[in-house]
Design a protein around this ligand. Structure first.
Ligand SMILES: [Zn+2]
Ligand SMILES: [Zn+2]
Length: 200
């Protein structure tokens, strides 16, 4: 688009100004920063934390671990504590672990930790199951919205086979087992120091 005379005049005025700064260069990498001299000064400067210096673009693993440990401790305080014998879940979520641990793995884990001279954790977050389920109410709402004229007063029950569908959905839902377990930080399972399960 062609610039108007007014725009060109504004550019001319600006170009005449001898000290207008539009960008700053980082003294380390030479990159141009356009927001502020502070942004340029900080660009490549390492960040100092309790563990030493680390790159600004990265993060300090120890800091991240400490922050996570603090979050875990807070969640522990707030959680319902359940002894292992009362816990109905199949999986455990140990703080610091990026995967869930199945109950069958607990004793192996205990042994491995013992061999390395490490203590078995005193607790883990619980896990809750996700079980597939079809919600007939949602389906009914969808069908009514899309296919039924509200003013006719006709409901989904009037559709052929609706009651069969209800029975089929009920039977399907009843047969489902958990397919997925997810961490449940509202529950803490207290783990005994010695084997409790599997010794019967
Ligand atoms: Zn830089
Ligand atoms: Zn740090």
């Amino acid at each position: 688009m062609r610039k108007t005379q007014e725009e060109l005049a504004a550019i001319e005025r600006r170009a005449r100004s001898p000290v207008e700064v539009h960008a700053w260069a980082c003294a380390i990498c030479g990159g141009f920063l356009t927001q502020s001299d502070f942004q340029a000064a900080e660009h490549c400067r390492p960040v100092r934390c309790a563990h030493g210096l680390h790159e600004r673009s990265g993060y300090c693993r120890d800091c991240a671990r400490e922050r996570q440990a603090a979050r875990d401790a807070k969640a522990f305080e707030a959680a319902t504590k359940v002894p292992l014998t009362d816990y109905e879940g199949e999986y455990f979520s140990f703080p610091g672990s990026d995967r869930l641990t199945h109950e069958d793995e607990l004793e192996d884990m205990r042994e491995e930790l013992g061999e390395d001279g490490n203590e078995f954790p005193a607790w883990a977050f619980g896990c809750k199951p996700r079980t597939p389920s079809v919600c007939l109410d949602n389906e009914a709402e969808h069908i009514a919205d899309v296919y039924l004229d509200e003013e006719s007063g006709r409901g989904v029950e009037s559709l052929p086979g609706w009651s069969d569908l209800g029975a089929a959905v009920g039977a399907f839902n009843a047969r489902q087992k958990p397919t997925l377990w997810v961490e449940d930080r509202s529950v803490v399972v207290l783990l005994p120091p010695a084997p409790a399960r599997g010794d019967e």
